[in-house]
Design a protein around this ligand. Sequence first.
Ligand SMILES: [Zn+2]
Length: 280
Amino acid sequence: MQNARLPNGQIINAYEYDRLIHGDKIYCCYCKAEVIYVGIGNRNNVPFFRTTGRNKSVHEDYCPEKRQIKQIKTLKALNKYTVDINKANLNDFHVIKVDFSNNDIARIPHGEISEISKNNSKKRLNYTLSYSNRKNCLVRRITSLATIAKILQQNTPEQLRKIALDIGGKMVPINQLVIEQNKAYEISKTGNFYLPWFIVYGKVRSVVKLNKIMFINFDEQDGLKPFAAYIFSGYYKYFTYTKEQLEGKHILVQGNIKFNEKYNKAEIQVMCNNQLYIMK
Ligand SMILES: [Zn+2]
C-alpha cells in the first residue's frame, strides 16, 4: 500500500512518512488494520506500508486491500484438497497436457529446461475422459496463461480436483503448478523443484523499470513473503507491459523460480509477454 492512516485520521503517503514525526502507530486507510512501514532498502526500491499477518495486522475481509478475484479464491479452496495423483487412478481424471514451448524465447537463451521429447512414450497416456460432461472449457491442451485463467474462472474447486495436468510426462493437480508466492518462496528456498517451471499468482505492488533491469514486485500484505518477477533490458523488446498496466493488478506469471539468498526472496525471470497474464 502506498498510503496509510495516522491515529489523528490524516492520510500519509509512504514517501512522506517519517517515523520520528508521525510515530509508529499507523493503520490501513480502509479497515484500520495495523500496518508497518517498509523503507527503501536492498530488497525494494519503493517505500510502502504493509500488514504483517500477525495479531491485529491483518486486513478485514471487507477491506479493498484484501479484495480477491475469483480465480484466486478457487485456487485457495482447491488447496484444501490434497490429491496425490500418482497414487490415484488416472482414469478418474481429465488429463490436460500443458505445453508452453510457444514461449520459445524463454528456453533459447537459457536452455535449462529439460523437456521430454514429444515422441517419448512417457508422454503417451491411455486415459478416458471420465470427467463429467461439461464441454464449455475443458480443453485437452494448455498452451497459454489465458487458458489457465479461463479454467480457473469457469470451474469450481470440485471440478478442478478432477483435472490432472501433464507437464512433460509428470502429473500434477492444477494447484501444484499454479502456486502462491509463499509456496514459491518455500520451493525455491528448499530447492524442492518438483516441476521445471511454475506459474505464480499474486497482486502487483510496484513496478520499477531501470536501465538494465525491470522489477515487478508482488504485494506483501497479511504475511505474504517477498516475491518479484524481473526482466533484463535485453528482453524489453519482448516484454512490453508497463507500470500503469500492471500496478494493483492480479497476475499470473510463468517461468523458472529461484531463491535470491542476498535479499531473502523468491524470484522468477520473465522474458516475454506470454509469460504474464493479467487476471480480471
Ligand atoms: Zn485494510
